[in-house]
Unconditional design. Structure first.
Length: 120
C-alpha cells in the first residue's frame, strides 16, 4: 500500500495573533497556548490552507534562504508540537479534496499536552 501524504492545517478552534516578529497561538477553549518567532508565524500563515510538509519546506526555504534539508527537522518538530497541543490538524491525501476551508481539515487525534514553549 502506498504511503499517503499528509496535509497540515490550523485547527479551526485556534487563533493566532502576530506580535512584531513573533506569533501567539491560542486554543479558544483555553486549553493550549503557544508562541513562536517569525518562522513559526510564517508557517502558521501557510497552514491556513492545507499544506504538505514538502510545500512548507519549499516556502520556508524560499522565504528565509535556507536549504530545505536543513530546515525539515525543525519544521516537522514545530508542526508536531502544534498538533500535540491541538492547535493544528492533519488530513491524509485521499481526503484533501474534501477540504474546502481550514475548518474542514480532519483532525488526527493526539493527546493534549502542556505547550513545551518550543521556539522555532
Amino acid at each position: 500500500m502506498a504511503s499517503e501524504e499528509r496535509y497540515f492545517c490550523v485547527n479551526p478552534e485556534a487563533m493566532g495573533a502576530s506580535l512584531e516578529d513573533s506569533i501567539v497561538i491560542l486554543d479558544v477553549q483555553g486549553q493550549s497556548f503557544f508562541s513562536s518567532n517569525d518562522v513559526g508565524s510564517f508557517i502558521w500563515r501557510l497552514i491556513q490552507r492545507p499544506q504538505t510538509l514538502s510545500d512548507i519546506k519549499r516556502a520556508v526555504s524560499a522565504e528565509y534562504e535556507v536549504d530545505e534539508t536543513k530546515c525539515e527537522k525543525d519544521i516537522f518538530r514545530f508542526l508536531e508540537q502544534l498538533i500535540q497541543t491541538n492547535l493544528a490538524n492533519v488530513a491524509l491525501s485521499n481526503y484533501v479534496d474534501l477540504i474546502r476551508q481550514p475548518a474542514d481539515c480532519l483532525y488526527k487525534s493526539t493527546q493534549r499536552a502542556e505547550p513545551p514553549g518550543y521556539r522555532l
